[in-house]
Design a protein around this ligand. Structure first.
Ligand SMILES: Nc1ncnc2c1ncn2[C@@H]1O[C@H](COP(=O)(O)OP(=O)(O)OP(=O)(O)O)[C@@H](O)[C@H]1O
Length: 284
């Protein structure tokens, strides 16, 4: 083997690779602008940036909801730009997604919500918990144990707290046995204690399962604490790309520098709220 070949990133080492990716939504609106990025297996990468900087656009390229205008996005070896709809469907089966608002079915039991993560691989509709195969229910219980909610399995999902609901959503994503876990502001609706629990859970599972986790956040201090790697975006351009080790929140706040420079007269955001879209240094 030549040295050159062994140095190429393989889908096994780097399941997600962006190469000069531009996403143009209109003549003047760029979601992403010539972005290069690699996401390593078993590690948690946090995307930072102001509202509108391109974090969700980046996540949506990874599960094939967007295709690049130019450049390439390779996910688990699939070129998202040229993949057929069927290839994208197969790809999505290997990608779990966690949302800010959990997206659980409130009146359904916690266990049934977790089982529903397997719907993509089962034939036909499921009308109740009884119609899921026993093996699926037992795997769902294992996942609930893992997120510390086995004792809530038969409770309605909408009777749980926000942090508990997000842990159910994580169990639902894990039952898919994904290789990649995408999380779009997964703690934006949670209090600081629940946020820390949810992020600790996600990063621990990433290491245990060798999952590639890509997570957008607005809380800078939290990002620095949990991330193995941080990518910062500003108006669709990548302005930061470095390991989280030894990184301070001041380092990470440079992601917002240019914006701060044009709004020097304005009061800086002091603390975070559930729905904020500006950066905060939580717990600082
Ligand atoms: N479907 C779309 N059509 C047109 N413009 C879009 C579309 N999706 C995103 N954009 C634009 O692309 C840019 C990046 O948006 P994106 O949603 O990726 O930002 P974000 O960093 O995820 O923001 P937030 O933190 O608020 O979720 C914004 O200017 C946005 O208005």
């Amino acid at each position: 083997m030549t040295q050159q070949i062994s140095e190429l990133p393989t889908p096994d080492d780097f399941p997600v690779v962006f190469n000069q990716v531009t996403k143009q939504f209109s003549e003047t609106v760029f979601g992403l602008d010539h972005v290069d990025a690699r996401f390593e297996r078993g590690r948690t990468t946090v995307l930072l940036g102001l509202s509108g900087s391109g974090k969700s656009t980046m996540l949506r390229h990874i599960n094939g909801l967007h295709r690049p205008t130019s450049g390439t996005v390779r996910v688990l070896g699939t070129d998202v730009g040229s993949a057929s709809e069927r290839e994208l469907r197969d790809l999505r089966k290997q990608i779990g997604f966690i949302f800010q608002h959990f997206h659980l079915v409130g009146p359904m039991s916690v266990l049934e919500n977790v089982c529903s993560g397997r719907l993509g691989s089962l034939r036909g509709p499921r009308f109740s918990l009884l119609t899921y195969p026993r093996a699926v229910k037992s795997t769902a219980m294992e996942q609930l144990e893992r997120v510390g909610l086995a004792d809530r399995a038969f409770q309605r999902a909408d009777t749980l707290s926000g942090g508990q609901q997000q842990r159910v959503a994580i169990a639902r994503a894990l039952i898919q046995q994904p290789k990649i876990l995408l999380a779009d502001e997964p703690v934006a609706s949670l209090d600081p204690v629940s946020s820390a629990q949810v992020l600790e859970l996600i990063t621990r599972i990433a290491r245990e399962e060798h999952l590639t986790v890509i997570c957008s956040l607005h809380q800078v201090q939290t990002a620095v604490e949990v991330a193995d790697h941080i990518i910062g975006l500003q108006s669709g351009r990548k302005v930061l790309d470095r390991p989280g080790d030894n990184m301070t929140s001041e380092d990470a706040l440079h992601v917002y520098d240019r914006v701060a420079a044009v709004s020097d007269d304005e009061e800086p955001a002091a603390t975070g709220t559930a729905s904020q879209t500006t950066p905060t240094v939580a717990n600082a």
